[in-house]
Design a protein around this ligand. Structure first.
Ligand SMILES: [Zn+2]
Ligand SMILES: [Zn+2]
Ligand SMILES: [Zn+2]
Length: 183
């Protein structure tokens, strides 16, 4: 009897394991949190969402921290200034700083090797800090926000354009410079 239940459990988890790296929508996360909060056992919630119990625990914990306005990483209560951050999950100053330094470390290491500072895998375009793929992704993201794709600071020089007048001038100067040098 005991053996059979273990076998079934194994089967269930091996099925679940194939669904790793699942992208949880915010709606799903809120649903999981609400169900757990209303007293539904974690294993029932897991069955409902076809995930494992650990997923349920993790999501519930993160949601609770988000709702209670604590740092999502270390759960220290946040100050008024930290609470003004955008987004549902907020981090304390210490965690933010640590994360920033960690990311900067990865970036510096990649750039030293001549790799893109964003994805750390593809080689950089000479004169830039990112690869072709990342530079265009950044460009598109900035344009979507209504900013210059190159600097991300100023609005485009005219409607529908992708660069601001400053960046446009810089690029034109660069092109004429290359022509003068005969490149
Ligand atoms: Zn923290
Ligand atoms: Zn890249
Ligand atoms: Zn610009």
């Amino acid at each position: 009897m005991k053996k059979r239940s273990i076998g079934r459990k194994k089967d269930y988890f091996s099925k679940v394991r194939k669904k790793q790296n699942r992208d949880w929508s915010r709606k799903e996360k809120i649903q999981i949190y609400t169900l757990r909060d209303s007293g539904m056992p974690a294993k029932d919630v897991a069955r409902k969402f076809k995930c494992n119990v650990t997923n349920v625990y993790n999501i519930t914990r993160l949601m609770r921290r988000g709702l209670k306005q604590k740092c999502f990483r270390c759960s220290t209560p946040l100050t008024a200034e930290e609470l003004a951050q955008k987004g549902f999950f907020k981090a304390c100053k210490k965690c933010k700083k640590e994360f920033k330094e960690y990311k900067k470390g990865l970036r510096d290491e990649a750039l030293k090797k001549g790799l893109c500072g964003y994805c750390h895998t593809d080689p950089i375009i000479p004169g830039y800090n990112s690869c072709v793929r990342c530079i265009s992704a950044t460009h598109r993201r900035r344009n979507k926000k209504g900013l210059c794709g190159q600097c991300g600071d100023r609005p485009p020089h005219r409607e529908g354009a992708s660069l601001c007048s400053v960046c446009l001038a810089i690029n034109e100067a660069r092109i004429t410079d290359k022509r003068h040098r005969g490149e």
